[in-house]
Design a protein around this ligand. Structure first.
Ligand code: GLA
Length: 387
């Protein structure tokens, strides 16, 4: 579905729910991370792009203290009072909105009561940042409602804090940052320390980015994420650096005896992934796709063996990709996002997309008994006000 027709339908539904047309319609994209996984909270490098999958919110002030949210995806309605201290509540998706409203209030920016209808084409739990898209769409709507525009980085940090405090996930900055600052036809090489970006053009029409959703999400995801974060901090302390971003492969080798084997392997992933990410950005710029593919597979192996955040379904996708091979147009493939299910990302020759989609679909179902969902996307632009 195009963004325009999504916006139209969301506005229609708003009118049906609330009896008048919405004053604003906003959209924020999901993202796929091409490479640079579990590096953002280590102050390192990531290379994501926004995808043409969006969370759209139609909204208006309502002259009350109540916020009323209707989700098209779940059919649920959530309400809360903006004058009372905001806390976590039900339904669980409303926490992303509550967290962002709380962030505005802490600025302090006065948030009035409002009505909203929320629709999304970002698959939930697919590792494509459906939660960041909802946070960023909410923040974009609140900017419109309150007339207070935030600096993009400040806005990303506010949304990240909402995720930390209202969803309990100690995430890095990549997802929110990308949903706000992404550029059409570009991936972004983001330095998570300086929060500066280098846009990397992805305009070559003969190359397509494919998302392969395993359609599984293993329960341990959130707890294991927090554990990885603290293991990285342990390794950094053993190496006497503030973050693993500051450690080299050589320093890690020299410091091996100062840490548990598990911390060593976590650090080896992060340090090598930072190198791969920068190398991949240069390789894309040079249209050196063979190098990009090699780095993507190396990233997956490292996430599977050293970081241990893959799962058998993601490994199955990557094995199938390797078997299809670059001779048949499949350049590279790896798990993307936090892991333990969700999507793999693959870079393929555009002419081979139909054949690869078919082969992947069949082989994945044969191996796992599960139906994958496969779709492509050009790099999309960041969040915007549509009306
Ligand atoms: C999740 C987090 C991000 C990042 C990735 C792993 O998407 O929200 O901040 O840490 O996992 O790279």
């Amino acid at each position: 579905m195009s963004l325009e027709s999504m916006a139209e339908r969301t506005a229609e539904l708003f009118a049906r729910c609330f009896g008048h047309a919405p004053r604003w319609i906003v959209a924020a994209p999901g993202r796929v991370n091409v490479i640079g996984e579990h590096t953002d909270y280590n102050d390192g490098f990531v290379l994501p792009m926004a995808i043409e999958r969006y969370t759209v919110i139609a909204g208006d002030r309502n002259d009350s203290r109540e916020v009323t949210l209707h989700s098209v995806t779940t059919g649920e309605t959530a309400t809360f009072n903006v004058r009372e201290p905001l806390t976590r509540g039900e339904p669980s998706w409303s926490n992303y909105v509550r967290g962002v409203v709380a962030g505005f209030q802490q600025r302090p920016i006065k948030v009035p009561g409002f009505d909203a209808v929320i629709a999304s084409t970002v698959p939930f739990g697919g590792g494509l940042s459906s939660s960041a898209a909802l946070e960023v769409a909410t923040a974009t709507l609140l900017e419109a409602i309150t007339g207070e525009k935030l600096e993009p980085i400040e806005k990303a940090l506010l949304c990240q804090k909402a995720e930390h405090e209202f969803a309990g996930v100690p995430c890095g900055i990549m997802d929110q940052f990308t949903s706000i600052l992404a550029r059409e036809n570009h991936a972004l090489l983001l330095d998570c320390r300086s929060r500066t970006t280098i846009p990397v053009a992805m305009t070559d029409p003969s190359i397509t980015v494919l998302m392969i959703n395993t359609n599984v999400r293993h329960k341990l995801a959130d707890g294991e994420y927090a554990k990885r974060r603290s293991q990285c901090q342990t390794a950094a302390s053993a190496l006497k650096v503030p973050f693993l971003r500051d450690a080299s492969a050589k320093a890690l080798k020299a410091g091996r005896s100062k840490m548990e084997p598990i911390a060593f392997r976590r650090a080896r992933h992060v340090i090598s992934e930072n190198e791969r990410t920068r190398e991949a950005a240069w390789a894309i710029q040079a249209a050196d796709w063979a190098t990009v593919g090699r780095l993507m597979y190396a990233s997956h192996d490292s996430l599977r063996d050293d970081y241990e955040v893959s799962c058998k379904e993601l490994d199955a996708v990557v094995e199938i990709a390797r078997a299809i091979s670059k001779e048949n147009g499949l350049i590279g493939c790896r798990m993307t996002g936090a892991g333990f299910g969700g999507c793999a990302v693959s870079v393929v020759r555009t002419e081979a997309v139909p054949r690869i989609t078919h082969q992947m679909d069949e082989a994945y179902e044969r191996k796992t008994g599960i139906q994958a969902t496969i779709f492509s996307s050009r790099p999309a632009a960041g969040a915007r006000v549509l009306k």
